[in-house]
Design a protein around this ligand. Structure first.
Ligand code: PLP
Length: 304
């Protein structure tokens, strides 16, 4: 990973290598941290964070859902700290990772009176599934690890829950696939390990409904952009059969952006190449995040 100069930790900008925590940090033992993944892009008007307010809102909602109370910083302070961090590190494009955690001082599962800490890191991070993945498309396998059935947690980005995603991801990588598609407890297509999923059939977009997925901010952006392009978009239950019969498939996420899935478990999806709708949505998204479609500048938080 590419290191930069500073990390924001508990209200202070500290040198990257000094942003360390005690071994008995509560969240390290019990998986109780909540976090976000955000991206900042280069635009003509300087670096801009994509949908920063929505990400910070989701971070605070994740804390609420998991009962993490009395956070030491407000939404406004987290927004400001994020932008200052990008400036201080002189970054044009980066990935941003804010996180609230239960700190050092008390062990056991009772989180009352455990001190809450906060940090934000930002660093350059290229294409999550590789440039080839974005251009030529990635492969996926259906994971035997199901999406967490607890609906409450489906809406929260809690660190402990990601053990499931890690198992699914490693299952895929160890078998030569790029990503894992997780099913929900009913066997319906849910999402990938860190991305939502879209299918295209007869020019119409389909995506699993909100029952058992993380409500991705990229997913929401793509739904709005696709509707604006005149495509019909339907949120519904998606079976494995619908996936295999689809003309196109792509996944969306802050890290993975818009990545075509061209093959699942060795079977080609559609032509086995990124399809026209996928390419159109990739182009729109790329334009929007780089400030090339002024209509959507409301989603950009300029750093300077
Ligand atoms: C499980 C999961 N699903 C979907 C997503 C996509 O969400 P977003 O588009 O907000 O990054 C993520 C990434 O945060 C994720 O971890």
């Amino acid at each position: 990973m590419e290191e930069v100069e500073f990390i924001w930790l508990n209200g202070k900008f500290v040198p990257w290598k000094e942003a360390t925590l005690h071994f008995l940090t509560h969240s390290l033992h019990y998986g109780t941290a909540v976090f976000e993944g955000i991206r900042c892009y280069k635009t003509d008007k300087g670096p801009a964070v994509f949908r920063l307010q929505d990400h910070v809102k989701r971070l605070f909602n994740s804390a609420k859902i998991t009962g993490m109370e009395n956070l030491p910083f407000s939404e406004e302070q987290m927004l400001d700290a994020t932008k200052q961090l990008i400036q201080k590190n002189n970054l044009q494009e980066c990935y941003i990772r804010p996180l609230f955690f239960y700190g050092y001082g008390k062990m056991g599962l009772d989180t009352k009176r455990v001190k809450i800490g906060a940090g934000i890191a930002a660093w350059p991070w290229g294409a999550y599934l590789g440039e080839e993945g974005i251009k030529r498309g990635a492969s996926a396998t259906i994971s035997p690890f199901k999406r967490h059935a607890n609906q409450v947690f489906a809406q929260a980005k809690v660190s402990g829950i990601y053990t499931n995603s890690t198992l699914a991801k490693m299952y895929a990588l160890n078998r030569g696939f790029d990503e894992a598609i997780m099913l929900d407890s009913q066997g319906m297509v849910s999402e990938c390990t860190g991305e939502n999923i879209f299918l295209v059939s007869d020019g119409k977009l389909f995506t699993p409904d909100e029952n058992n997925i993380l409500l991705g901010i990229t997913r929401d952006s793509i739904m709005q952009l696709a509707k604006d392009e005149g495509y019909q978009v339907e949120e519904c239950e998606v079976t494995k059969e619908t996936l295999f019969k689809a003309d196109e498939c792509f996944i969306t996420g802050t890290a993975a952006e818009i990545t075509p899935i061209v093959e699942v478990d060795g079977k080609a999806i559609g032509s086995g190449k990124p399809g026209a709708v996928t390419k159109k949505m990739q182009k729109d998204y790329d334009d929007v995040v780089h400030g090339g479609l002024s209509k959507w500048d409301k989603w950009l938080d300029f750093v300077r």
